[in-house]
Design a protein around this ligand. Sequence first.
Ligand code: UT7
Length: 312
Amino acid sequence: MGNRLIGYGSYLPERVVANQDFEKIMDTSDEWIVTRTGMRERHFARDDETVVDMATIAAQRALDNAGLTIDDIDLVIVANVSAELDFPSVGCQVLGRLGAKNNAPAFDVRGACTGFIYALHCARGFFTSGMHRRIMLIGAEKMSRFIDYNDRSTAVLFGDGAGALIFEHSTSSYSGIIDTVIMSDGTEFDMLHGSPDHHIMMNGPETYKKAVQLMPDAANYIMEHAGITADNVDWIIPHQANLRIIQSCAQRLEFPLEKILVTVDKHANTSGASGVLALAYAFDNDIIKRGQLILYPAFGSGLTWGAALIRV
Ligand code: UT7
């Protein structure tokens, strides 16, 4: 049993923080940030704006796009690591905000930057088993909560935002979430993790080396598993952590750069929201067309990595 994409929505906070804004408060430069990461600006939520606020707006926009109400959804899965409340899940809070009355279940997955792939993987399993028929997936992060302004090597890298996709049961196995693979290696957890005082701790160069190896590996694995080659793929949407990582992945996959979607310049690294925000941006700007085949590899804290193949 298959599925198909029937709606999308996204939300970016109003406040845009440019590289130059960091120049004023720490020893950094627009030139360093652009050359080393490709980032130019990112969105930061207001102090009183939460992960749930952002997720709820993205979810409502996806429902509007699909012409549905929240009671038409029978499962919500949210990828996030930055929620203000430890419990309940962001998913339950979103259902509450949207006034759901159908008692649909919701849960969060904490796959960090690979979180949305983990959510897609769960959804694929639920569709394949026939357990759920209409699933909303949300990626929502307020990474600005974790910024340590005394650490210039991580402070400039992250942004906030939320995106949502709605998939529906379908008899076609050639549409929607076609295939997914997720992996992890907990022995490397200290390469990139949150600290007890809610700061991002990252060994940048080591994480970089892993990212340029594991994202193409996951992409190759899933193409082989699905019996396709890069020629069959219309677009790659890699996790948006660093333009140099994205370029290196393209090179390793021998995939033309013009078919790689890049939003890291505008959104920076939004962790679990990165891929879904990029896809929503591509729909909004008529870059990716309905029916095209997307390969979405990601990598992040855990370590976690994986890939998804989605016909949109
Ligand atoms: O999303 C989850 C996965 N995350 C990632 O994949 C991130 C992977 N890592 C990276 O993207 C890169 O390693 C960074 C962008 C984090 C860092 O770039 P890099 O080229 O690996 O730089 P580096 O850490 O080796 O630092 C090079 C120099 C150092 O100065 P010295 O020791 O050579 O004098 C740093 O102190 O750059 C310095 N530096 C900065 N300079 C200006 C580090 N951060 C900054 C900064 N502004 N913001």
